[in-house]
Write a protein that binds this ligand. Structure first.
Ligand SMILES: Cc1cc2nc3c(=O)[nH]c(=O)nc-3n(C[C@H](O)[C@H](O)[C@H](O)COP(=O)(O)OP(=O)(O)OC[C@H]3O[C@@H](n4cnc5c(N)ncnc54)[C@H](O)[C@@H]3O)c2cc1C
Length: 432
């Protein structure tokens, strides 16, 4: 097999399919190469798809056509100690009106649908095809080779959208073959089937409303957090850990996930459900400082392959950044075709457009967040402080009370230490 295209996209995840769709819509002959037997086959994530203005622009009826689950009207965070928990929830009226603030989705159906839209626009989807190297001609990238198949695919430009470990970007020399575990996280997820009415009753939802909750203090001191998202008739529940911290703990992700599901507050939320499957995946959480070279001669890097994931501890945004960078990569390739220049200079509009977009602006703004999140106290001492403070506030003992400020200082002193609280407050202020 040896075929030529005007562009090759490696990976049919949100970044790759958005790039292929953009180029195919402009009339380019694009190959979208995916290792799975269908796009999304093995892809997993936590579960919330955030707004994607770039796709909405080229695809105005995006939200009506995409396979979505519930729209998120309620967002919450729970601090846990194993004994007690303290939750806060925002239920925003304007989250319950279109355009919605986010949806739960399933990757196999969403990724497949997005790739099909690229195909409908004219892209050629090649599945069960794992790219194992780039092809070079006159010192620049001019195609890819595929494992186990004789022959190669050729194009003047390749878009590397093959996810967090991007083999394509590595082979092109744009990123290192090894990664720093301090910049990487691993997520594990359990999908729990539950009747729709039970979910509605348990989480106070009506119609197609959904709930997204994050958890802190549920990882036995390992740096990380938990999540619970409602789908129509299932719950996505999981944990995300900093890889370096998980490694030194000697604990296994699945044991920690089972322990999380057995905590009394979690057990109440998932009871009556039936475990359907477990899955796991890496997340590039190093933020701005993790971004590799984005452009080479004949190649662009997008999505997780470019570390475009914004994990601030408040939200985890990945698909929206992946999709936007894919659209922008597609636009840069279209411009390069017009100019007939596929060198790093001819493709440089990619970096310029990204720098003007929320992708780079947000990653730059929250550049210090990944460092702040390496503070172990966030995952144990602070949840204990919050729970002890709230417990004391609501405790009525028939004895004279202390002021709320005194109660707060008491919990802070006991659980964290006032000096550390001040230092951590300053670090959070600089990071968020
Ligand atoms: C546990 C967890 C929770 C998350 N929660 C959220 C969330 O709630 N919201 C959010 O927005 N983001 C979330 N993310 C992040 C999000 O999933 C990613 O940022 C996003 O999937 C990146 O998209 P992508 O297209 O760049 O890469 P991917 O989705 O990884 O897609 C890459 C594609 O390339 C294919 N591929 C890989 N190598 C090759 C190869 N050599 N040849 C051919 N094909 C190849 C893969 O099969 C895959 O289809 C989460 C991630 C995890 C792991």
């Amino acid at each position: 097999m040896s075929k030529s295209y005007q562009a090759i996209v490696v990976g049919a995840g949100p970044a790759g399919s958005s790039a292929a769709l953009t180029m195919a819509r402009a009339g380019l002959d694009v190959a979208l190469v995916e290792r799975g037997s269908f796009p999304g086959e093995k892809n997993m994530f936590g579960g919330v798809l955030h707004r994607m203005p770039s796709l909405e622009k080229i695809f105005p009826d995006f939200w009506e056509r995409a396979p979505l689950e519930r729209h998120i009207v309620k967002k919450g965070v729970t601090f846990m100690t194993g004994e007690s928990c303290f939750s806060t929830t925002i239920e925003a009226g304007n989250y319950d009106r279109p355009p919605y603030n986010g949806y739960t989705i399933f990757r196999p159906s969403f990724d497949r649908w997005l790739a099909d839209e690229a195909v409908a626009a004219g892209a050629t989807l090649i599945t069960r095809a794992t790219v194992d190297d780039v092809v070079r001609k006159d010192g620049r990238i001019s195609g890819v080779s595929i494992v186990g198949r004789s022959g190669q695919l050729h194009a003047p430009v390749v878009v590397a959208a093959d996810g967090v470990l991007s083999f394509t970007a590595q082979k092109a020399g744009l990123r290192k073959a090894t990664f720093d575990p301090a910049q990487m996280a691993v997520g594990v997820k359990a999908l729990i089937d539950m009747p729709r009415e039970m979910i509605d009753d348990r989480f106070g939802l009506v119609r197609d409303q959904g709930f997204a909750n994050e958890f802190v203090g549920c990882t036995e001191g390992v740096r990380g957090g938990g999540f619970l998202y409602t789908n129509y008739d299932s719950l996505s529940v999981g944990l995300v850990f900093h890889l370096a911290s998980l490694r030194t703990s000697g604990k296994t992700p699945y044991d920690l996930l089972n322990a999380f599901l057995e905590q009394p507050q979690m057990a109440k939320m998932v009871c009556g459900g039936r475990l359907q499957e477990y899955s796991a995946h890496l997340i590039p959480e190093g933020g701005y400082d993790m971004i590799p070279e984005l452009v080479g001669d004949g190649i662009l890097v997008t999505g997780d392959a470019a570390a475009f994931c914004n994990a601030t501890g408040l939200n985890l945004e990945g698909i929206n950044l992946a999709s936007h960078s894919g659209v922008v990569a597609g636009e840069a390739v279209i411009a390069a075709h017009r100019a007939g220049d596929f060198s790093r200079y001819g493709l440089s509009s990619y970096k310029k457009m990204l720098e003007e977009s929320f992708v780079i602006k947000d990653l730059k703004l929250f550049r210090n967040a990944p460092h702040m999140l390496h503070n172990n106290r966030i995952y144990q001492e602070y949840p204990e402080m919050m729970c002890s403070f709230m417990e004391n506030i609501y405790k009525i003992e028939g004895a004279p009370k202390q002021s709320v400020t005194r109660q707060f200082l008491k919990s802070a002193k006991e659980k964290v230490g006032l000096g550390k609280l001040l230092a951590d407050g300053f670090s959070a202020w600089r990071s968020l």
